[in-house]
Design a protein around this ligand. Structure first.
Ligand SMILES: Cc1cc2nc3c(=O)[nH]c(=O)nc-3n(C[C@H](O)[C@H](O)[C@H](O)COP(=O)(O)OP(=O)(O)OC[C@H]3O[C@@H](n4cnc5c(N)ncnc54)[C@H](O)[C@@H]3O)c2cc1C
Length: 512
Protein backbone atom coordinates (compact mmCIF):
# COMPACT_ATOMS: atom_id res chain seq x y z
CA UNK A 1 0.00 0.00 0.00
CA UNK A 2 1.41 3.44 -0.92
CA UNK A 3 1.84 6.14 1.72
CA UNK A 4 -1.00 8.11 0.10
CA UNK A 5 -3.26 5.05 0.34
CA UNK A 6 -2.43 4.85 4.04
CA UNK A 7 -3.48 8.48 4.50
CA UNK A 8 -6.68 7.81 2.54
CA UNK A 9 -7.45 4.85 4.77
CA UNK A 10 -7.12 7.03 7.87
CA UNK A 11 -8.62 10.30 6.63
CA UNK A 12 -11.10 9.27 3.93
CA UNK A 13 -12.67 12.31 2.23
CA UNK A 14 -10.38 14.70 4.11
CA UNK A 15 -7.56 13.65 1.80
CA UNK A 16 -7.84 15.57 -1.48
CA UNK A 17 -6.10 14.05 -4.48
CA UNK A 18 -8.09 15.39 -7.44
CA UNK A 19 -6.16 18.01 -9.44
CA UNK A 20 -8.88 20.67 -9.25
CA UNK A 21 -9.21 20.31 -5.47
CA UNK A 22 -5.44 20.40 -4.97
CA UNK A 23 -4.97 23.43 -7.21
CA UNK A 24 -5.78 26.22 -4.70
CA UNK A 25 -3.23 24.76 -2.28
CA UNK A 26 -0.54 24.63 -4.95
CA UNK A 27 -0.63 28.35 -5.68
CA UNK A 28 1.29 30.55 -3.23
CA UNK A 29 0.43 34.19 -2.53
CA UNK A 30 3.46 35.19 -4.63
CA UNK A 31 5.63 33.07 -6.91
CA UNK A 32 5.01 30.21 -9.32
CA UNK A 33 2.51 27.41 -8.56
CA UNK A 34 3.90 24.20 -7.12
CA UNK A 35 2.72 20.60 -7.08
CA UNK A 36 1.15 18.68 -4.18
CA UNK A 37 0.92 14.93 -4.04
CA UNK A 38 -2.26 15.38 -2.00
CA UNK A 39 -3.87 17.77 0.49
CA UNK A 40 -4.77 16.60 3.98
CA UNK A 41 -7.39 18.41 6.07
CA UNK A 42 -7.20 17.12 9.66
CA UNK A 43 -10.24 18.04 11.72
CA UNK A 44 -8.81 17.83 15.25
CA UNK A 45 -5.54 18.04 17.13
CA UNK A 46 -5.58 14.25 17.43
CA UNK A 47 -5.75 14.01 13.65
CA UNK A 48 -2.74 16.33 13.26
CA UNK A 49 -0.84 14.06 15.63
CA UNK A 50 -1.89 10.97 13.66
CA UNK A 51 -0.92 12.60 10.35
CA UNK A 52 2.55 13.39 11.67
CA UNK A 53 3.05 9.88 13.04
CA UNK A 54 1.98 8.33 9.74
CA UNK A 55 4.28 10.70 7.84
CA UNK A 56 7.20 9.56 10.00
CA UNK A 57 6.32 5.88 9.52
CA UNK A 58 5.81 6.17 5.77
CA UNK A 59 8.47 8.76 4.91
CA UNK A 60 6.09 11.50 3.80
CA UNK A 61 6.89 15.22 3.81
CA UNK A 62 4.42 17.98 4.65
CA UNK A 63 4.22 21.68 3.90
CA UNK A 64 1.88 23.54 6.25
CA UNK A 65 -0.93 25.70 5.03
CA UNK A 66 -3.66 27.67 6.73
CA UNK A 67 -4.78 31.08 5.41
CA UNK A 68 -2.28 30.77 2.51
CA UNK A 69 -1.14 34.40 2.72
CA UNK A 70 2.50 33.65 3.57
CA UNK A 71 4.99 35.54 1.40
CA UNK A 72 8.05 33.26 1.47
CA UNK A 73 6.60 30.24 -0.37
CA UNK A 74 6.55 28.03 2.75
CA UNK A 75 3.05 26.82 1.93
CA UNK A 76 3.97 26.07 -1.70
CA UNK A 77 4.42 22.30 -2.19
CA UNK A 78 7.04 20.80 -4.44
CA UNK A 79 5.89 17.21 -4.35
CA UNK A 80 5.10 17.21 -0.61
CA UNK A 81 1.64 16.65 0.87
CA UNK A 82 -0.06 19.86 2.02
CA UNK A 83 -1.15 19.63 5.66
CA UNK A 84 -3.85 22.27 5.94
CA UNK A 85 -4.98 23.55 9.33
CA UNK A 86 -8.03 25.31 7.96
CA UNK A 87 -10.49 23.03 9.76
CA UNK A 88 -8.93 23.78 13.14
CA UNK A 89 -10.69 27.08 13.65
CA UNK A 90 -12.57 26.67 16.90
CA UNK A 91 -12.81 29.39 19.55
CA UNK A 92 -12.27 27.37 22.73
CA UNK A 93 -12.29 29.68 25.76
CA UNK A 94 -12.27 33.24 27.06
CA UNK A 95 -10.53 33.60 30.42
CA UNK A 96 -10.56 36.53 32.85
CA UNK A 97 -7.45 37.48 34.81
CA UNK A 98 -9.05 36.01 37.98
CA UNK A 99 -9.49 32.63 36.27
CA UNK A 100 -13.23 32.77 35.53
CA UNK A 101 -13.69 31.22 32.13
CA UNK A 102 -16.31 30.82 29.42
CA UNK A 103 -15.76 27.64 27.37
CA UNK A 104 -17.07 26.82 23.92
CA UNK A 105 -17.56 23.78 21.72
CA UNK A 106 -15.11 23.92 18.84
CA UNK A 107 -18.02 23.49 16.45
CA UNK A 108 -19.80 26.70 17.58
CA UNK A 109 -20.00 29.32 14.83
CA UNK A 110 -18.26 32.70 15.31
CA UNK A 111 -21.70 34.39 15.57
CA UNK A 112 -22.84 31.99 18.27
CA UNK A 113 -19.56 32.41 20.16
CA UNK A 114 -19.77 36.21 19.98
CA UNK A 115 -23.34 36.27 21.31
CA UNK A 116 -22.78 33.74 24.07
CA UNK A 117 -19.53 35.38 25.17
CA UNK A 118 -21.12 38.80 25.43
CA UNK A 119 -24.10 37.37 27.36
CA UNK A 120 -21.73 35.57 29.78
CA UNK A 121 -19.74 38.74 30.42
CA UNK A 122 -22.92 40.81 30.86
CA UNK A 123 -24.36 38.24 33.31
CA UNK A 124 -21.18 38.55 35.38
CA UNK A 125 -21.78 42.32 35.62
CA UNK A 126 -19.19 43.23 32.95
CA UNK A 127 -16.06 42.71 35.05
CA UNK A 128 -12.66 44.22 34.24
CA UNK A 129 -11.09 42.62 31.15
CA UNK A 130 -7.44 43.61 31.62
CA UNK A 131 -5.12 40.62 31.07
CA UNK A 132 -7.96 38.48 29.73
CA UNK A 133 -6.97 35.78 27.24
CA UNK A 134 -8.57 33.70 24.53
CA UNK A 135 -7.72 30.11 23.69
CA UNK A 136 -8.30 29.23 20.08
CA UNK A 137 -7.39 26.65 17.47
CA UNK A 138 -4.55 27.57 15.15
CA UNK A 139 -6.53 27.97 11.93
CA UNK A 140 -8.88 30.72 13.17
CA UNK A 141 -8.43 33.90 11.11
CA UNK A 142 -7.36 37.16 12.78
CA UNK A 143 -10.42 39.10 11.61
CA UNK A 144 -12.81 36.41 12.85
CA UNK A 145 -11.30 36.60 16.32
CA UNK A 146 -11.60 40.38 16.32
CA UNK A 147 -15.26 40.20 15.27
CA UNK A 148 -15.90 37.92 18.26
CA UNK A 149 -14.07 40.22 20.68
CA UNK A 150 -15.39 43.59 19.46
CA UNK A 151 -18.59 43.68 21.60
CA UNK A 152 -16.37 43.35 24.69
CA UNK A 153 -14.24 46.30 23.58
CA UNK A 154 -11.24 43.98 23.20
CA UNK A 155 -9.04 43.07 20.25
CA UNK A 156 -6.05 41.08 19.09
CA UNK A 157 -4.05 43.92 17.56
CA UNK A 158 -2.59 42.45 14.40
CA UNK A 159 -2.71 44.93 11.53
CA UNK A 160 -1.71 43.47 8.17
CA UNK A 161 -3.27 43.54 4.72
CA UNK A 162 -3.95 39.80 5.06
CA UNK A 163 -5.93 39.50 8.30
CA UNK A 164 -9.16 38.37 6.62
CA UNK A 165 -7.49 35.00 5.90
CA UNK A 166 -4.22 34.89 7.85
CA UNK A 167 -4.55 32.40 10.70
CA UNK A 168 -3.57 33.11 14.28
CA UNK A 169 -1.51 29.94 14.56
CA UNK A 170 0.55 31.02 11.57
CA UNK A 171 0.96 34.55 12.92
CA UNK A 172 2.32 33.13 16.18
CA UNK A 173 4.48 30.59 14.32
CA UNK A 174 5.85 33.28 12.01
CA UNK A 175 6.14 36.03 14.66
CA UNK A 176 4.19 38.15 12.18
CA UNK A 177 4.58 41.83 12.90
CA UNK A 178 2.38 44.22 10.97
CA UNK A 179 1.93 47.94 11.13
CA UNK A 180 1.32 48.18 14.87
CA UNK A 181 4.26 46.06 16.07
CA UNK A 182 5.82 49.32 17.28
CA UNK A 183 3.10 49.34 19.95
CA UNK A 184 2.24 45.71 20.69
CA UNK A 185 5.20 43.65 19.44
CA UNK A 186 4.82 40.66 17.15
CA UNK A 187 2.10 37.99 17.31
CA UNK A 188 4.64 35.73 19.01
CA UNK A 189 4.98 38.24 21.84
CA UNK A 190 1.20 38.47 22.21
CA UNK A 191 0.79 34.71 22.66
CA UNK A 192 0.84 33.58 26.27
CA UNK A 193 0.98 29.88 25.33
CA UNK A 194 1.13 27.61 22.31
CA UNK A 195 0.55 23.87 22.05
CA UNK A 196 1.10 21.45 19.23
CA UNK A 197 3.28 18.64 17.96
CA UNK A 198 6.90 18.36 16.98
CA UNK A 199 7.64 17.01 13.52
CA UNK A 200 8.20 13.53 14.99
CA UNK A 201 4.57 13.54 16.19
CA UNK A 202 5.23 14.01 19.92
CA UNK A 203 3.00 16.47 21.77
CA UNK A 204 4.47 19.68 23.17
CA UNK A 205 3.38 22.80 25.04
CA UNK A 206 2.61 25.11 26.62
CA UNK A 207 5.38 27.27 25.20
CA UNK A 208 5.72 31.03 24.90
CA UNK A 209 8.01 33.78 23.68
CA UNK A 210 9.47 36.38 25.99
CA UNK A 211 7.34 39.50 26.45
CA UNK A 212 7.78 42.44 24.12
CA UNK A 213 10.31 44.98 25.29
CA UNK A 214 10.71 48.02 23.08
CA UNK A 215 14.28 47.63 21.82
CA UNK A 216 16.92 50.33 22.05
CA UNK A 217 17.24 52.28 18.80
CA UNK A 218 20.60 50.70 17.97
CA UNK A 219 19.14 47.18 18.14
CA UNK A 220 17.09 45.22 15.64
CA UNK A 221 13.43 45.22 16.67
CA UNK A 222 12.21 42.48 14.32
CA UNK A 223 14.17 39.69 12.67
CA UNK A 224 12.52 36.59 11.30
CA UNK A 225 15.79 34.87 10.42
CA UNK A 226 16.14 34.07 14.14
CA UNK A 227 14.34 31.14 15.76
CA UNK A 228 14.92 31.63 19.50
CA UNK A 229 15.46 28.16 21.05
CA UNK A 230 13.62 29.09 24.26
CA UNK A 231 10.42 29.90 22.35
CA UNK A 232 9.89 26.31 21.14
CA UNK A 233 7.17 26.19 18.49
CA UNK A 234 6.54 29.93 18.80
CA UNK A 235 8.28 31.87 16.05
CA UNK A 236 9.75 28.69 14.54
CA UNK A 237 7.89 29.04 11.22
CA UNK A 238 6.68 25.45 11.07
CA UNK A 239 10.11 23.91 10.63
CA UNK A 240 10.27 22.03 13.95
CA UNK A 241 6.59 21.47 14.70
CA UNK A 242 2.96 22.42 14.15
CA UNK A 243 1.07 24.80 16.42
CA UNK A 244 -2.47 23.52 16.85
CA UNK A 245 -3.75 25.73 19.69
CA UNK A 246 -2.78 29.11 21.12
CA UNK A 247 -3.68 31.30 24.06
CA UNK A 248 -3.52 35.01 23.25
CA UNK A 249 -3.58 38.12 25.40
CA UNK A 250 -6.38 40.51 24.42
CA UNK A 251 -5.93 44.29 24.34
CA UNK A 252 -8.47 47.08 24.86
CA UNK A 253 -9.81 48.72 21.72
CA UNK A 254 -8.57 52.29 22.26
CA UNK A 255 -11.23 54.81 23.25
CA UNK A 256 -9.92 57.13 20.59
CA UNK A 257 -7.38 57.16 17.75
CA UNK A 258 -5.97 59.94 15.59
CA UNK A 259 -3.48 60.12 12.77
CA UNK A 260 -1.48 62.58 10.71
CA UNK A 261 0.47 62.29 7.50
CA UNK A 262 3.72 64.23 7.74
CA UNK A 263 5.91 65.24 4.82
CA UNK A 264 9.54 65.01 5.94
CA UNK A 265 12.75 66.17 4.32
CA UNK A 266 14.65 62.94 5.02
CA UNK A 267 14.34 59.65 6.88
CA UNK A 268 16.68 60.87 9.67
CA UNK A 269 14.22 63.78 10.04
CA UNK A 270 11.36 61.26 10.30
CA UNK A 271 13.31 59.41 12.98
CA UNK A 272 13.79 62.66 14.90
CA UNK A 273 10.01 63.15 14.89
CA UNK A 274 9.57 59.53 15.99
CA UNK A 275 11.96 59.92 18.89
CA UNK A 276 10.16 63.09 20.08
CA UNK A 277 6.82 61.33 19.66
CA UNK A 278 8.02 58.54 21.94
CA UNK A 279 8.64 61.17 24.63
CA UNK A 280 5.16 62.68 24.20
CA UNK A 281 3.00 59.62 23.50
CA UNK A 282 5.10 56.78 24.97
CA UNK A 283 3.48 53.43 24.28
CA UNK A 284 0.45 55.14 22.73
CA UNK A 285 2.13 55.44 19.33
CA UNK A 286 0.21 52.70 17.59
CA UNK A 287 1.82 53.03 14.16
CA UNK A 288 4.70 54.92 12.58
CA UNK A 289 4.71 53.97 8.90
CA UNK A 290 6.57 55.45 5.95
CA UNK A 291 6.04 55.82 2.23
CA UNK A 292 8.79 56.99 -0.08
CA UNK A 293 8.05 59.52 -2.80
CA UNK A 294 8.07 56.69 -5.37
CA UNK A 295 5.48 54.78 -3.32
CA UNK A 296 3.25 57.87 -3.06
CA UNK A 297 3.55 58.58 -6.79
CA UNK A 298 2.75 54.96 -7.57
CA UNK A 299 -0.39 55.04 -5.41
CA UNK A 300 -1.56 58.27 -7.04
CA UNK A 301 -0.85 56.88 -10.51
CA UNK A 302 -2.54 53.51 -10.05
CA UNK A 303 -5.09 54.15 -7.29
CA UNK A 304 -5.59 57.90 -7.65
CA UNK A 305 -9.34 57.50 -8.04
CA UNK A 306 -9.58 55.91 -4.58
CA UNK A 307 -7.23 58.03 -2.48
CA UNK A 308 -6.50 61.71 -1.95
CA UNK A 309 -3.47 63.23 -0.26
CA UNK A 310 -4.55 65.48 2.64
CA UNK A 311 -2.45 68.47 1.56
CA UNK A 312 -3.42 71.63 -0.27
CA UNK A 313 -0.36 71.22 -2.50
CA UNK A 314 1.37 67.87 -2.91
CA UNK A 315 4.54 68.30 -0.83
CA UNK A 316 7.90 67.97 -2.54
CA UNK A 317 9.28 65.61 0.09
CA UNK A 318 11.19 62.32 -0.22
CA UNK A 319 9.06 60.66 2.46
CA UNK A 320 5.63 60.78 4.05
CA UNK A 321 5.16 59.24 7.48
CA UNK A 322 1.84 58.13 8.87
CA UNK A 323 1.74 58.50 12.62
CA UNK A 324 -1.19 56.94 14.48
CA UNK A 325 -1.71 57.55 18.19
CA UNK A 326 -4.29 56.21 20.61
CA UNK A 327 -5.75 56.99 23.98
CA UNK A 328 -7.74 54.93 26.44
CA UNK A 329 -9.29 58.11 27.88
CA UNK A 330 -12.58 58.82 26.06
CA UNK A 331 -12.52 62.51 26.96
CA UNK A 332 -8.94 63.25 25.91
CA UNK A 333 -8.68 65.71 23.01
CA UNK A 334 -6.27 63.55 21.09
CA UNK A 335 -6.60 65.48 17.82
CA UNK A 336 -5.50 68.67 19.57
CA UNK A 337 -2.66 66.86 21.36
CA UNK A 338 -1.44 65.39 18.07
CA UNK A 339 -1.60 68.73 16.28
CA UNK A 340 0.27 70.47 19.11
CA UNK A 341 2.90 67.76 18.98
CA UNK A 342 3.42 67.93 15.21
CA UNK A 343 3.41 71.68 15.03
CA UNK A 344 5.07 72.82 18.27
CA UNK A 345 7.12 69.93 19.65
CA UNK A 346 8.30 68.47 16.33
CA UNK A 347 8.25 71.82 14.49
CA UNK A 348 6.69 70.43 11.31
CA UNK A 349 5.40 73.32 9.15
CA UNK A 350 1.62 73.47 8.76
CA UNK A 351 1.74 72.83 5.01
CA UNK A 352 3.60 69.56 5.69
CA UNK A 353 0.99 68.23 8.15
CA UNK A 354 -1.84 66.34 6.48
CA UNK A 355 -5.00 65.70 8.49
CA UNK A 356 -7.92 63.55 7.39
CA UNK A 357 -10.06 60.90 9.05
CA UNK A 358 -7.77 58.03 10.01
CA UNK A 359 -9.30 55.48 7.59
CA UNK A 360 -8.59 57.84 4.67
CA UNK A 361 -4.95 58.21 5.74
CA UNK A 362 -4.53 54.49 6.23
CA UNK A 363 -6.02 53.81 2.84
CA UNK A 364 -3.09 55.66 1.26
CA UNK A 365 -0.59 53.44 3.10
CA UNK A 366 -2.53 50.23 2.44
CA UNK A 367 -2.87 50.97 -1.28
CA UNK A 368 0.84 50.58 -1.99
CA UNK A 369 0.87 46.81 -2.46
CA UNK A 370 -2.12 46.82 -4.77
CA UNK A 371 -0.73 49.76 -6.74
CA UNK A 372 2.55 47.87 -7.07
CA UNK A 373 0.68 44.78 -8.31
CA UNK A 374 -1.15 46.88 -10.91
CA UNK A 375 2.07 48.57 -12.02
CA UNK A 376 3.88 45.25 -12.35
CA UNK A 377 1.07 43.79 -14.46
CA UNK A 378 0.84 46.90 -16.63
CA UNK A 379 4.58 47.14 -17.31
CA UNK A 380 5.22 43.41 -17.59
CA UNK A 381 8.83 43.69 -16.36
CA UNK A 382 8.33 41.61 -13.21
CA UNK A 383 9.14 42.51 -9.61
CA UNK A 384 11.56 41.55 -6.88
CA UNK A 385 10.26 42.06 -3.36
CA UNK A 386 12.17 42.22 -0.09
CA UNK A 387 11.24 42.64 3.55
CA UNK A 388 14.24 44.00 5.45
CA UNK A 389 14.89 45.73 8.76
CA UNK A 390 17.72 47.62 10.40
CA UNK A 391 18.12 49.26 13.79
CA UNK A 392 15.99 52.42 13.82
CA UNK A 393 19.09 54.56 14.49
CA UNK A 394 20.57 53.78 11.04
CA UNK A 395 17.33 53.30 9.11
CA UNK A 396 17.49 56.59 7.19
CA UNK A 397 21.12 56.18 6.14
CA UNK A 398 20.39 52.60 5.17
CA UNK A 399 17.53 53.51 2.83
CA UNK A 400 19.60 56.29 1.24
CA UNK A 401 22.59 54.03 0.55
CA UNK A 402 20.40 51.22 -0.73
CA UNK A 403 18.57 53.52 -3.14
CA UNK A 404 21.91 54.88 -4.40
CA UNK A 405 23.41 51.45 -5.05
CA UNK A 406 20.29 50.09 -6.71
CA UNK A 407 20.02 53.17 -8.91
CA UNK A 408 23.66 52.81 -9.96
CA UNK A 409 23.12 49.15 -10.85
CA UNK A 410 19.81 49.50 -12.69
CA UNK A 411 18.70 53.12 -13.14
CA UNK A 412 15.63 51.97 -15.08
CA UNK A 413 14.19 49.89 -12.22
CA UNK A 414 11.60 51.54 -9.95
CA UNK A 415 12.41 51.23 -6.26
CA UNK A 416 9.21 51.46 -4.22
CA UNK A 417 9.99 51.51 -0.50
CA UNK A 418 7.48 51.70 2.32
CA UNK A 419 6.79 50.03 5.63
CA UNK A 420 7.21 50.07 9.36
CA UNK A 421 9.65 52.90 10.15
CA UNK A 422 8.88 52.64 13.89
CA UNK A 423 10.57 49.23 14.01
CA UNK A 424 13.05 49.90 11.20
CA UNK A 425 11.15 47.66 8.75
CA UNK A 426 11.19 48.28 4.99
CA UNK A 427 9.25 46.60 2.22
CA UNK A 428 11.18 47.06 -1.01
CA UNK A 429 9.64 46.44 -4.41
CA UNK A 430 11.93 46.60 -7.44
CA UNK A 431 9.66 46.87 -10.46
CA UNK A 432 10.94 46.23 -13.96
CA UNK A 433 9.88 48.37 -16.90
CA UNK A 434 8.43 47.65 -20.30
CA UNK A 435 11.07 45.69 -22.20
CA UNK A 436 13.41 45.92 -19.20
CA UNK A 437 12.62 42.96 -16.95
CA UNK A 438 14.23 42.57 -13.53
CA UNK A 439 14.62 38.78 -13.76
CA UNK A 440 17.96 38.71 -15.64
CA UNK A 441 19.47 40.89 -12.90
CA UNK A 442 17.71 39.22 -9.96
CA UNK A 443 20.87 37.72 -8.46
CA UNK A 444 22.84 40.97 -8.73
CA UNK A 445 20.04 43.15 -7.30
CA UNK A 446 19.33 40.67 -4.52
CA UNK A 447 23.02 40.67 -3.59
CA UNK A 448 23.01 44.47 -3.38
CA UNK A 449 19.97 44.48 -1.09
CA UNK A 450 21.42 41.77 1.14
CA UNK A 451 24.93 43.27 1.26
CA UNK A 452 23.74 46.78 2.13
CA UNK A 453 21.29 45.43 4.71
CA UNK A 454 24.02 43.36 6.34
CA UNK A 455 26.44 46.31 6.33
CA UNK A 456 23.93 48.31 8.38
CA UNK A 457 23.49 45.52 10.93
CA UNK A 458 20.10 44.61 9.46
CA UNK A 459 18.21 41.49 8.54
CA UNK A 460 17.08 40.36 5.08
CA UNK A 461 13.86 39.01 6.55
CA UNK A 462 12.16 41.28 9.05
CA UNK A 463 8.76 39.67 9.51
CA UNK A 464 7.78 37.44 6.58
CA UNK A 465 10.05 34.53 7.47
CA UNK A 466 12.70 32.68 5.47
CA UNK A 467 10.83 29.78 3.87
CA UNK A 468 12.22 28.21 0.70
CA UNK A 469 12.29 31.68 -0.90
CA UNK A 470 15.42 32.79 0.96
CA UNK A 471 16.86 29.36 1.82
CA UNK A 472 19.96 29.71 -0.37
CA UNK A 473 20.81 33.16 0.95
CA UNK A 474 20.12 32.00 4.51
CA UNK A 475 22.60 29.13 4.16
CA UNK A 476 25.20 31.40 2.57
CA UNK A 477 24.95 34.22 5.08
CA UNK A 478 24.36 32.52 8.42
CA UNK A 479 27.38 31.71 10.60
CA UNK A 480 28.24 27.99 10.74
CA UNK A 481 27.65 27.75 14.50
CA UNK A 482 24.05 28.97 14.11
CA UNK A 483 23.40 26.57 11.24
CA UNK A 484 24.76 23.70 13.34
CA UNK A 485 22.52 24.70 16.24
CA UNK A 486 19.46 24.73 13.95
CA UNK A 487 20.38 21.38 12.41
CA UNK A 488 20.71 19.90 15.91
CA UNK A 489 17.23 21.17 16.83
CA UNK A 490 15.79 19.80 13.60
CA UNK A 491 17.35 16.38 14.27
CA UNK A 492 15.93 16.44 17.81
CA UNK A 493 12.35 17.39 16.93
CA UNK A 494 11.89 16.35 13.31
CA UNK A 495 14.69 13.89 12.51
CA UNK A 496 13.18 12.76 9.19
CA UNK A 497 12.63 16.37 8.06
CA UNK A 498 8.92 15.68 7.66
CA UNK A 499 7.87 19.31 8.11
CA UNK A 500 8.62 22.19 5.72
CA UNK A 501 11.63 20.25 4.41
CA UNK A 502 12.94 22.96 2.07
CA UNK A 503 12.39 25.95 4.38
CA UNK A 504 15.63 27.50 5.64
CA UNK A 505 17.39 24.99 3.33
CA UNK A 506 17.01 22.16 5.86
CA UNK A 507 17.09 19.56 3.06
CA UNK A 508 20.60 20.76 2.14
CA UNK A 509 21.67 21.47 5.70
CA UNK A 510 20.85 17.96 6.90
CA UNK A 511 22.36 16.33 3.82
CA UNK A 512 25.59 18.30 4.30
C1 LIG B 1 -1.47 41.51 1.54
C2 LIG B 1 -0.57 40.88 2.56
C3 LIG B 1 -0.07 41.67 3.58
C4 LIG B 1 0.77 41.09 4.55
N1 LIG B 1 1.26 41.90 5.53
C5 LIG B 1 2.07 41.37 6.47
C6 LIG B 1 2.60 42.21 7.50
O1 LIG B 1 2.36 43.41 7.56
N2 LIG B 1 3.40 41.62 8.43
C7 LIG B 1 3.69 40.27 8.39
O2 LIG B 1 4.42 39.80 9.27
N3 LIG B 1 3.21 39.47 7.42
C8 LIG B 1 2.41 39.98 6.47
N4 LIG B 1 1.91 39.17 5.47
C9 LIG B 1 2.29 37.73 5.46
C10 LIG B 1 1.29 36.73 6.07
O3 LIG B 1 -0.01 37.23 6.19
C11 LIG B 1 1.80 36.18 7.41
O4 LIG B 1 3.03 35.52 7.19
C12 LIG B 1 0.85 35.19 8.11
O5 LIG B 1 1.45 34.72 9.31
C13 LIG B 1 0.51 33.98 7.26
O6 LIG B 1 -0.65 33.35 7.80
P1 LIG B 1 -1.38 32.19 6.97
O7 LIG B 1 -2.40 31.57 7.84
O8 LIG B 1 -1.88 32.75 5.70
O9 LIG B 1 -0.18 31.18 6.72
P2 LIG B 1 0.04 30.26 5.44
O10 LIG B 1 0.40 31.10 4.28
O11 LIG B 1 -1.09 29.33 5.25
O12 LIG B 1 1.30 29.44 5.89
C14 LIG B 1 2.59 29.95 5.70
C15 LIG B 1 3.56 29.17 6.55
O13 LIG B 1 3.43 29.53 7.93
C16 LIG B 1 3.77 28.40 8.75
N5 LIG B 1 2.58 28.01 9.51
C17 LIG B 1 1.29 28.27 9.20
N6 LIG B 1 0.48 27.79 10.17
C18 LIG B 1 1.28 27.20 11.08
C19 LIG B 1 1.05 26.51 12.31
N7 LIG B 1 -0.18 26.38 12.81
N8 LIG B 1 2.11 26.01 12.98
C20 LIG B 1 3.37 26.16 12.51
N9 LIG B 1 3.64 26.80 11.36
C21 LIG B 1 2.62 27.32 10.66
C22 LIG B 1 4.16 27.29 7.80
O14 LIG B 1 5.55 27.33 7.55
C23 LIG B 1 3.39 27.67 6.55
O15 LIG B 1 3.91 27.06 5.40
C24 LIG B 1 1.09 39.71 4.48
C25 LIG B 1 0.57 38.92 3.45
C26 LIG B 1 -0.24 39.50 2.49
C27 LIG B 1 -0.80 38.62 1.42
Amino acid sequence: MSAIDVLREHFGPRLLVEAERRAPYETPERGAPGHAEAVLLPDSEAEVERALKLANEHRLHFVLSSGRTGLVESQRPEGEVVLSLEKLRGFLAFTLADGRECRFERSESPDAVRNRLFAWWSDLGKPELADSTVTIEAGLAVDTLNEILAPLGRMFPMEMGSTASASLGACVANASAGANAVCYGTAAHMATAAWGFWGDGSATGPQAASSWVRPATDQLAIDSTRLPPAWGLVGSQGVFGVITRVQLRTQPIPATREGALLAVASMPEAMRVFSLARETFGSNIEEFEFLSRSAVELVLRRKGGDVRLPFEHTPDAPYLVLMQVKSDLPDEDLAQKLYAFCSETAGVPDEAIGYAPLPALKKIRHSVTEASNLEMRALGGGRLSFDTATPVSVFGDYLAQLAGELRAARPDVQLVDFGHAGVGGAHLHLIGGQGAPVAPDAARLTKIVFDVTQAFGGTFSAEHGVGPKWATEFLQRTPRARLDELAARKRRHDPLNVLSPRSFGFDRLLAG
